[in-house]
Design a protein around this ligand. Structure first.
Ligand code: ZN
Length: 327
């Protein structure tokens, strides 16, 4: 039984959907709600959607709004967690939006905000694949590639809050153009977007592949993780080759990150890992181990798929909110 003011709502603000969980003090999920992200509207419209979603998920759990203690949001882009301001989120078209203050006014409870990748890593650290590690790196591969670092049990944000952008580590000088403007970032080589580009190029050059047919059958314009999984199951030669190369680059990235930070654990999360799990991570781990500078006890660095999937972000947001409320 949940008594008054005990539940917290965690929300992940994705580019395609908003996902909300309501969580009790034992970190049990009481209800989940999802709604599409309408990025065409102005920030105030999206903030109203977030307020409605928070109220919906509380209702779906059979609770009253008065039982809600706080709302905590994982938002894409540069977030100032101290003030709940989203500074730069190109996927949403947001710049300097005071999300915490505005949503707090609508819901009349404290609202916290943190970068979406950081909340995902906190979720995996406290409740998922990274449990027990003091030093942990998260690499989340999907449409793009994001990362987070926990050192001595605390999120490492960097001097300007801009740390852990592992997706933009350059692994191939003069490589393909990245969305950030540089060339050869891991995101431009191993994200789902990069893999789709390579699959399409291979098909254009005359190689046989079932990927476009799978996309058509499933009514998808993009190569989603489920399309990717189906193509691999069908042993599609183009998909296999493109995936193998992406895993190789991911392995080199993990090796570089480990050579620099020597964490106990690297969690590989995001849409691709969620779908493919160990079959995605195993070749990454193998390449990484082969490229550690110190190899004799490589296995002490665990390289594992995330275990919380889509719930990592909202659960991590709830955990961060609880820490902030205790301060
Ligand atoms: Zn980049």
């Amino acid at each position: 039984m949940v008594s008054t003011k005990e539940v917290i709502v965690g929300i992940d603000m994705g580019g395609t959907s908003l996902r909300a969980l309501v969580v009790n003090p034992q970190n049990e999920i009481l209800a989940v709600e999802k709604t599409p992200t309408n990025v065409a509207q102005k920030p105030d419209g999206l903030i109203r959607d977030l307020a409605a979603l928070a109220e919906d998920v509380v209702r779906a759990a059979g609770l009253r709004k008065s039982q809600l203690r706080a709302v905590s949001i994982g938002a894409p882009g540069a977030v100032d967690p101290e003030h709940g301001v989203v500074y730069h989120a190109p996927n949403l078209g947001w710049d300097a939006v005071p999300l915490g203050a505005k949503l707090g006014k609508l819901l009349r409870v404290p609202v916290f905000a943190e970068n979406d990748v950081n909340v995902g890593l906190v979720g995996e650290h406290v409740l998922g694949a990274g449990r027990g590690a003091q030093d942990l790196v998260g690499i989340f591969a999907g449409t793009g590639i994001g990362g987070g670092i926990i050192l001595q049990g605390q999120l490492y944000l960097g001097a300007r809050g801009a740390a852990a952008e592992v997706g933009h580590m350059i692994v191939q000088v003069d490589g393909p153009l990245c969305g950030c403007g540089n060339h050869g970032c891991i995101e431009a080589l191993a994200s789902r977007t990069a893999m789709e580009r390579d699959v399409r190029a291979a098909i254009r050059s005359g190689q046989k592949s079932c990927v476009l047919k799978l996309m058509e059958e499933r009514g998808k314009e993009r190569m989603t993780s489920s399309v990717l999984q189906r193509a691999l199951r069908k042993n599609d030669p183009v998909m296999r080759k493109v995936m193998k190369r992406a895993q190789y680059y991911m392995g080199m990235l993990v090796a570089s990150v480990v050579n620099m930070l020597d964490p106990e654990c690297v969690v590989i999360g995001g849409g691709i890992a969620e779908r493919l799990g160990e079959s995605y991570v195993a070749p990454i781990r193998k390449t990484a181990y082969q490229n550690f500078l110190r190899r004799h006890d490589a296995e002490r660095v665990k390289i594992v798929p995330g275990t919380l999937g889509d719930n990592a972000g909202p659960l991590g947001a709830v955990i961060l909110a609880r820490r902030r409320l205790q301060k």
